[in-house]
Design a protein around this ligand. Structure first.
Ligand SMILES: [Mn+2]
Length: 317
């Protein structure tokens, strides 16, 4: 049975115990990393021993901020806390203590209640906004480091305040963090305004190969082949959020991203508005997801995969 926690319950629990390992989700993003590092910072200021699980998929952009909190190999935790980690299938690579999570702090309405205790607020656009409340309650005052870590969480989960999950409260949280000394100018430049050379080269190749189908060219397809990866020198670090690129074309209704994983195997990602069921198309190929964002894998080369998926979409439109 999972016990539902309030912010107050949560602070009491954190005060009463010690020896925390904070766990981030698979393919970690700014929210899980920023929130977990911020919580680690809060716990240390409370006089506790706390570390972050050494998630092997942390990308270069974030390791700068989280490395100093990583657990040494010989650390044996007494209490495990997951942050922004909605269900069992999202544990990070190599993490072996899935059945023993003492507390989960999350904002996903889909949280599967796998932990003994759960603090979940689906009204929040980011986990960072929950950890901000925790920090204020536990410490009274924020500090510049804490404000910067939380700014990373808050700003990345709403795409720098442009995604549909952005609310007035999201801006209020950011304003509070800026008042508390968050290094927001540097963080905005680092996280949203600069990209690796390889990433930009890869995007160039992707845009050059873009194809459009259907009435008023409303279906946009981009392909990321192994050859393009090699040509651009891109690595996994450079492949963040590629599935959003095709949807940038004005007038687009269905955005398709085909990624060649290995010869003869492609991953397909669909993004659409509310007027098209992306999940239904992906279900035809054994995949799934949500109405506006879904995916599947197809055993075929990129060209054949494109023909198959475009045919399905045009039939459904
Ligand atoms: Mn999140």
């Amino acid at each position: 049975m999972t016990k539902t926690m309030t912010l107050n319950d949560c602070v009491t629990y954190l005060k009463d115990n010690d020896g925390y390992l904070l766990v981030t989700h698979i393919r970690p993003d700014g929210d899980t990393l920023g929130s977990a590092a911020a919580l680690c910072h809060i716990l240390r200021r409370m006089g506790k021993t706390a570390y972050l699980y050494d998630n092997p998929q942390v990308t270069a952009a974030y390791s700068l901020f989280v490395d100093r909190y990583l657990a040494p190999e010989d650390f044996t935790p007494a209490h495990i806390v997951t942050v922004d980690l909605a269900s069992e299938n999202l544990f990070p690579e190599g993490f072996s203590q899935k059945g023993t999570v003492d507390l989960c702090i999350d904002h996903h309405p889909t949280n599967s209640s796998y932990a003994q205790r759960l603090l979940c607020d689906p009204e929040k656009a980011s986990c960072g906004e929950i950890v901000l409340e925790l920090g204020k309650l536990a410490l009274g005052e924020l500090d510049e480091t804490l404000a910067s870590l939380l700014y990373i969480a808050v700003s990345t989960d709403c795409g720098c305040f442009v995604y549909a999950n952005t609310r007035a409260d999201t801006h209020r949280a950011a304003a509070e963090l800026i008042d508390a000394g968050a290094d927001y100018k540097r963080l905005n430049r680092l996280l949203f305004r600069t990209f690796s050379y390889s990433r930009l080269m890869l995007e160039g190749l992707i845009y050059t190969g873009m194809k459009r189908y259907g009435e008023n060219n409303c279906v946009t397809v981009v392909t990321v082949t192994l050859e393009m990866m090699e040509k651009s020198g891109a690595t996994e670090d450079d492949c963040d959020d590629l599935a959003s690129l095709a949807g940038r074309v004005a007038g687009n209704r269905v955005a398709v991203t085909i990624r060649e994983l290995e010869p003869g195997l492609c991953k397909v990602s669909l993004r659409s508005g509310e007027d098209f069921d992306s999940a239904a198309i992906c279900a035809l190929h054994g995949g799934g997801g949500h109405k506006m964002a879904a995916g599947c894998t197809i055993h075929s080369d990129p060209d054949e995969t494109r023909d198959t998926i475009v045919w399905d979409i045009l039939e459904a439109l």
